[in-house]
Design a protein around this ligand. Structure first.
Ligand SMILES: [Zn+2]
Length: 90
């Protein structure tokens, strides 16, 4: 009886929740870097905000954060997302 239920199938592209896209305004490129930053005036010291950046804008965004003393760390996207399996094979 609920028409909406039967009509709500996959209809075109949904929200790009899984897509990692550069945070630079207007840039739709795939992100390759994560910039971790923290604003001591509004965040607790342990808090990390994350911006994603493509290779082109990584430096730009890092400079932006550095100028404001917000920058903390730049990490490659993906590789450092979880615990790295670095135990090797012994
Ligand atoms: Zn970009």
């Amino acid at each position: 009886m609920n028409l909406l239920d039967s009509l709500s199938g996959p209809a075109g592209p949904g929200p790009d929740e899984g897509a990692a896209v550069c945070s630079r305004r207007g840039c739709r490129a795939d992100a390759a870097w994560r910039l971790l930053w923290n604003n001591p005036r509004i965040h607790t010291p342990e808090r990390r905000k994350t911006w994603l950046a493509c290779t082109d804008h990584c430096g730009w965004l890092e400079d932006y954060l550095r100028e404001r003393s917000l920058w903390r760390e730049t990490l490659p996207l993906g590789a450092g997302d979880g615990p790295v399996d670095a135990e090797g094979s012994r």
